[in-house]
Design a protein around this ligand. Structure first.
Ligand SMILES: Cc1cc2nc3c(=O)[nH]c(=O)nc-3n(C[C@H](O)[C@H](O)[C@H](O)COP(=O)(O)OP(=O)(O)OC[C@H]3O[C@@H](n4cnc5c(N)ncnc54)[C@H](O)[C@@H]3O)c2cc1C
Length: 635
């Protein structure tokens, strides 16, 4: 179940001061406004004031600007809810609110009915509102510009894939699994290539695709703000164009990298302005062959739908071929309440006053340490095996066209060597993440401090390290992902047939790397390849646009800078395969093609005179207009 408190805490970069529990519904306005407001959510089991009164999924939201309450939300269709909510409204009025609204949420929008006039003294709130209105207009203008520019680039406009049917239903040309940035960019590119018989599904609710509002806990992205790619070269669709419209040009100049929550907001806009049909809360649970096609099982709540597709693209992110799990040898004897992985939902409020141990030295280690410190942890000790905090990020070195576009054309040995250099050293924490922790005097970091064992002592956990022992109340493992295709349920039926690097390549002595060897060995367009040649030809229909593509194709799937060359590479491969497979049908189509370009052998006068109103409109002649006059012959 979605933990709303996690989403909000992460969004606000600090814990919420009032108890908040999870809900299955997230108000659509949150990502838009949360950066400058606080949101308190009361729900049936969390608030003593409303315990028992609210039914499941109906909750009250009290939103405050600064520390001043601004909005009360409740399920207005439940009479007892309403009565309880009015009690809250009364309480809120006493807090000198800026204004109060009752909010109503429709399928696609929300509107607010004022319960109390905005106070004249609330200048700041009025200023914010004015700025918000102006920004909304800028975004609307930008959206119109995107649509206009796309209309300039509409050629070729003909849908061309050959329909296929299975069990009475049209077979999908492409099923995209994952509606994060990768899935959106792929869908957009396919649309431009006039492949429209596609579906995009994501198991998360709308706006919560990807890590951004879940376990990404940094304020800013690490990627340079100038990065482009998913907009496919259309300037009005860039993240910068959106950011300037949303926050102003000066705001753009003042940031070094993109704010995390703004990135999520940009993705929402990208999806909407391009009208990309993402189906949320639909999970792909299994993929396998079905005759000449692929068959996917799609779970919508309790219902399972079977869908045939010619192509399936996995755009399932960093963990698309992997799992986030703490080192199993360390947690074997520790109760689950004592630890979390950095990719888990962590209720940081519970860490107040506690001694926290963090294992890891990358960005996630520092982000999680900072969250614990900001929540009031008594002390945070960040431990790592290495002698120093890493400071070089080889992935940033790779931000140039040669590597980004053509890594896949290197020999196996070259790719292996490049990747060892890029992936073996841990990625350093970004500067801002490091400084965020350093603001706290109760933050300590320990090099040469790999953990040997973790033991539960009842009142705490005792950690033995290479350089001494610690007692912690709670541990966060920021140990990244472990590549393991078999951990992905959707791949379970076919995982044994997929070739991994270790099946295809033997590194020279001294250059071995088990982790790299467990990545899938992909073809040129991200397609899986067969472990035993000829045994699983259906794998050429399954494309893996995830972080798992790294050793085969470089920084492409699951990385913002990788999209500029990765998405066209993938989509060109899909277009090529779909076309070549039907080459014979296209040839038949050509042979049967009978649409005359030379419409008539009559004179223009006679031809137009014989057309009816609709046909005239088709060739751009207004009904009732005089037919062209015949030229006189001069003898
Ligand atoms: C904490 C963190 C910070 C990062 N910071 C940066 C950064 O600063 N710069 C940068 O370039 N990159 C960064 N990345 C890497 C990368 O940009 C992100 O992971 C990004 O979200 C990848 O986009 P994606 O679309 O490939 O995958 P995601 O955004 O992860 O989207 C994948 C989607 O697939 C869905 N899904 C998965 N399995 C299924 C299934 N079986 N059925 C249906 N849906 C499914 C998920 O719900 C998810 O929404 C970061 C990653 C993390 C985890």
């Amino acid at each position: 179940m979605l933990r709303l408190c996690e989403v909000l805490s992460a969004t606000l970069q600090r814990p919420l001061p009032i108890a908040v529990v999870g809900g299955e519904e997230v108000p659509s306005f949150l990502p838009r406004h949360a950066a400058r407001t606080l949101v308190f959510v009361f729900q049936q089991r969390s608030s003593s004031l409303f315990r028992g009164a609210l039914r499941r999924n109906h909750y009250l939201t009290l939103r405050v600007a600064g520390s001043v309450p601004a909005l009360v939300r409740y399920a207005s269709d439940r009479p007892n809810c309403r009565a309880q909510a009015h009690q809250l409204v009364g309480a809120v009025r006493q807090c000198n609110p800026v204004c109060l609204f009752e909010s109503h949420f429709g399928k696609s929008n929300a509107f607010y009915v004022p319960l109390m006039e905005a106070k004249p003294m609330a200048k700041r709130a009025r200023g914010l509102r004015r700025r918000h209105d102006a920004n909304t207009k800028q975004i609307a203008r930008l959206s119109a510009r995107v649509r206009r520019e796309l209309s300039y680039l509409g050629f070729p406009s003909r849908e061309w894939t050959v329909p296929r049917f299975q069990d009475g239903a049209r077979v999908l040309d492409v099923l995209i699994v994952g509606g994060g940035q990768g899935g959106l960019a792929i869908a957009f590119h396919l649309k431009r290539e006039q492949i429209t018989n596609i579906r995009i599904v994501d198991r998360n609710p709308r706006g919560l695709e990807g890590p951004w509002l879940k376990f990404a806990r940094m304020a800013m992205l690490r990627t340079p703000k100038e990065v482009t790619g998913m907009e496919l070269g259309i300037p009005s669709l860039t993240a910068r164009a959106w950011y300037e419209a949303r926050f102003g040009r000066d705001a753009w100049k003042s940031i070094q990298t993109f704010p995390r929550t703004a990135w999520r907001e940009y993705l929402n806009w990208f999806r909407d302005v391009l009208d990309l049909p993402v189906e949320n809360e639909v999970e792909v649970t299994a993929i396998g062959p079905s005759g000449d096609l692929l068959l996917a099982h799609l779970r919508h709540g309790q219902r399972v739908e079977r869908v045939h597709a010619r192509k399936i693209v996995l755009s399932t992110g960093i963990e698309g071929n992997a799992t986030w799990r703490p080192p199993q040898n360390l947690v074997a004897y520790v109760p689950a309440t004592r630890y979390a992985h950095s990719a888990d939902n962590i209720d940081f409020r519970r860490l107040k006053g506690k001694r926290i141990g963090v294992l890891g030295v990358g960005a996630a280690a520092f982000d999680n340490a900072a969250m614990a410190l900001e929540a009031g942890a008594a002390r945070v000790d960040l431990c790592f095996r290495r002698a120093e905090i890493p400071r070089i990020n080889p992935l940033l070195w790779g931000h140039f066209a040669g590597i980004l576009a053509h890594f896949g054309e290197l020999s196996d040995l070259e790719r292996w060597r490049f990747m060892r250099h890029m992936l073996e050293p841990p990625q350093p924490p970004p500067q801002h993440a490091y400084w965020r922790c350093l603001e706290f005097t109760n933050f300590h970091w320990h090099p040469n401090c790999g953990w040997r064992s973790v033991r539960d002592t009842g009142r705490a956990v005792s950690v033995e390290t290479e350089t001494g022992s610690f007692k912690f109340d709670f541990i966060i493992f920021a140990t990244g992902t472990e590549t393991d295709l078999s951990s992905r349920p959707e791949l379970a039926p076919i995982v044994d047939q997929i070739a991994l690097w270790r099946d295809r390549f033997t590194p020279p002595t001294g250059e071995e790397n088990d982790e790299l060897g467990s990545y899938p060995y992909l073809g040129n367009a991200f397609e899986f390849t067969e472990r035993t040649p000829g045994a699983a030809p259906f794998l050429r229909r399954l494309h893996n646009f995830t972080y798992g593509a790294m050793p085969s194709l470089g920084l492409t799937g699951a990385a913002i800078p990788g999209m500029k060359y990765g998405v066209p590479r993938l989509v060109n491969g899909l277009v090529r395969d779909l076309f070549l497979e039907d080459a014979a049908r296209h040839y038949e189509d050509l042979a049967a093609y009978k649409v005359p370009e030379l419409a008539t052998l009559e004179s223009k006068y006679d031809w137009i005179s014989g057309l009816d109103g609709d046909a005239l409109a088709d060739i751009g002649v207004a009904a009732g207009a005089k037919p062209p006059r015949r030229k006189r012959l001069v003898s």
